[in-house]
Each structure stands twice: as C-alpha cells, then as structure tokens.
Design a protein around this ligand. Sequence first.
Ligand SMILES: Cc1cc2nc3c(=O)[nH]c(=O)nc-3n(C[C@H](O)[C@H](O)[C@H](O)COP(=O)(O)OP(=O)(O)OC[C@H]3O[C@@H](n4cnc5c(N)ncnc54)[C@H](O)[C@@H]3O)c2cc1C
Length: 390
Amino acid sequence: MDFALTPAQAAFRNDVRAFIQERLPQDIRKRMRAGHPARKQDVVLFQRILNERGWAAPHWPRKYGGAELGQVERLILVDELFRAPAPMPSIFNVVMLGPLLMKFGTPEQCDHFLPKLANLDLWFCQGFSEPGAGSDLAALRTSARREGDHYVVNGQKIWTSTAHYADWAFCLVRTGQAARKQDGISFLLVDLRLPGIRIRPIVSIDGAHSLNEVFFDEVKVPVEHLVGEEGRGWDCAKFLLGNERTGIANVGLCRERLDFARELARTLTQNGRPLIDDAGLRAELAVLDAEIRALEITNWRLLLAPETSLGGAAFASVLKLKGTEIQQEVVALVARLAGPAALERRASDSAGSEHWAAPLAPRYLQSRAASIYGGASEIQKDILAKAALG
Ligand SMILES: Cc1cc2nc3c(=O)[nH]c(=O)nc-3n(C[C@H](O)[C@H](O)[C@H](O)COP(=O)(O)OP(=O)(O)OC[C@H]3O[C@@H](n4cnc5c(N)ncnc54)[C@H](O)[C@@H]3O)c2cc1C
C-alpha cells in the first residue's frame, strides 16, 4: 500500500512490522500460515501483547486502553496483522461492543467493561441471529420482561460464534411489542454463566466447532446490563452493524493467501516442473493480484473520502461484497493447487505430524461462510441497487 503512505505512515508500518516480527510467537505464525484458524489461546495471548501498545483497540481513546490511531494507521495495522499472519484482536470486543458502549453506555459501563474488552479479560460473543431472524434481524423473538431490578430472558439465539468459550454475550432482545418490529428491541449484556443458559454446539461443514445455539430459560439479567434506552436497541444494532469500514474488505487477508498460493505454486511440481511454469496459472495469479490491488485502492478511497456519490454505507457494501468474492477465489485457488492432497487428513510422518495440506480443504469450506455472515451478499447487492437506482 506504499502508494499513499506519508513518511510518518511508512515509519508506523515499519514499527508495526518490527513489533510483530519480535513479539508474535513463531508457532502461532506457522500454524496460521499453514491455513489454520487462530485458537482461543492464540487470540488471547496476542491481543494482550498488542494491548501493551494500545494496538488491541487502536482507535479507542487512551483512557480506555486504545492508541487513538486514525483510520489510515488502523488500516495499516490490520493489514500487517493479516499479512504476518497473526491473530486479530476480537472483533466482538474491540470493533463492535467497545465503540457501542462509548456511544450508548453509561460511564459506569464504560469504566467497568472497556479495559477488560481491550485486554480480552472478558471474551464477548454476539447474540443477534435467531431461527427466523437473520437477514431480517428485526424479526427476533427472544423476550426480556422486566421484573424489579432484573430482566427475565427467554428464547433462543443461533449461529453464535465462540459462545462455547465466551464469558459474556451482547444480545438483542424484545422488551415490548410495537407496530414497527424495529421498536421494542433492547440491547442487553448477558453473563453466560447465569443459571438458565444452555449452549449447544453446531459443527460446520469444515468439521470445526465455532458456532452454537444458545438457549435462555428464565435467565435473570440485572437491569444495569441494559445498554442505551429500553426499546431503543435497534439504534444500537444499526450503529454496530454500520460503523465498521476499516477492515471490512479483508485486503490483508487476501494478500496473505495470495502470497501463500504463489509460494505453493513455486514449490509444488507436476511432471517434474513447478506449477508456476504454467502460463495459465501465472495469468490467474496476476488477475487476482490486480483485483486485490483494486480492492485496496477502493478501501483507501472510502477511508480518505467517505462522502462518495454512492454514499458511505453503500460503498462499504462494495468492499464487503468484493472482498468476500476475492477471498473465496484465493482460498479456492490454494486448495486447488494442493490438488488431492487438500483432502488429506492423515498424519504425514511417523511422529504423527499433520499433513501440510490438511488445513486447506477446511479453510476453503469455511471461506464459503464469508458471503453469509456480516450481511449476506444478496443483502449487499440490495443495498447497492437501492443506492444506485434510488
Ligand atoms: C460462520 C458464521 C458465523 C456467524 N456468527 C454469528 C454470530 O456470532 N452472531 C450472530 O448473531 N449471528 C452470526 N451469524 C449469523 C449471520 O448473521 C446470519 O447467518 C446472516 O445474517 C443470514 O441470516 P440467515 O442465516 O438467517 O439466512 P436468511 O436471512 O434466511 O437468508 C437465506 C438466504 O436468503 C437470502 N435473502 C434473505 N433476505 C433477502 C433479501 N431481502 N433479498 C435477497 N436475498 C435475501 C440471503 O442472502 C441468503 O442467501 C453467523 C453466520 C455464519 C455463517
């Protein structure tokens, strides 16, 4: 991304690179480079290392543990983390809940939760989706009725990533019935150790357990864990789903996987020749490289000039849509380069080490979900059509 960097920004990038080089444990980098997702312990460890510099929550005020970085520096940091590759700080804690508490929370909520969010002392997950309420989120039915100084919560959430090892969830619940389904929703912070909560795993097609169903049966949540006004939770949801622009395109991730694809193409051989000798493959790599470059420039345009003819929100949809498509293409290419080896599940040597290609098919399968979570691709296209055509 050198084309737009000022000397100060270039120095910042070098600083970030040196820091990651020095502090990211090699075994974590190696696992992630091979294609594995970061494990919980990796995320916690590295978020705390970043937090020493205020880089776990880089855009937050210093008083809550941030570094008050601007958008460009933040993007540089995110890109470098992806490219290392290193575990990302928890999006739920840092990108979603933290800024939301600063906007809608009480000073007590901010003082209590924000430092813990930055240091990952508390791991939050997101309890929004329900059976029958995904893209149409306002159709949610999990209820919370006020009884004295508590809300009593009943209902079910689904697709709740990391709930099985999270400490808390931030949830949308229905506290009232109104003509408009967006009204009567409230935003609650729920301690997942409370009695009446049951978490059931969902194992996805990649064989991993990151998703869950969460059931609430007469769960008593203290009133002080309501964020914002009762019945105005939709304002929180809109803020939370709409305020993220910086990392939405996942440029660094695409680039890291493309570098890995090149590496594979140079080392793997067919009929005694490296795969990279194939002109068709080189052209494919070049097209992806150009696509990622275009995505990167588009991302910069949004950050540097958010007032576009399309409008900031619609521009973000371009980034989400295109970023997802490229990410899926690159990850599919990596699995294709590995060939049948990508289906390998056995140990590769007598010591029981994993086959080098074992993570690649799961990674490919997992990448398919990117066009569903964070706003499905069809929804992004709806937004773009409305913005473009009125
Ligand atoms: C890996 C993964 C992790 C997730 N993590 C979380 C999490 O941590 N917390 C959480 O709350 N949720 C999470 N989700 C849920 C996610 O937000 C929903 O899956 C998403 O909002 C889509 O909702 P749905 O699954 O109910 O599908 P639906 O909304 O039922 O959509 C089904 C299909 O219909 C299409 N469709 C729906 N409405 C329209 C429309 N108006 N116009 C055109 N097409 C439409 C969709 O694009 C999709 O193709 C996760 C999902 C995945 C896959």
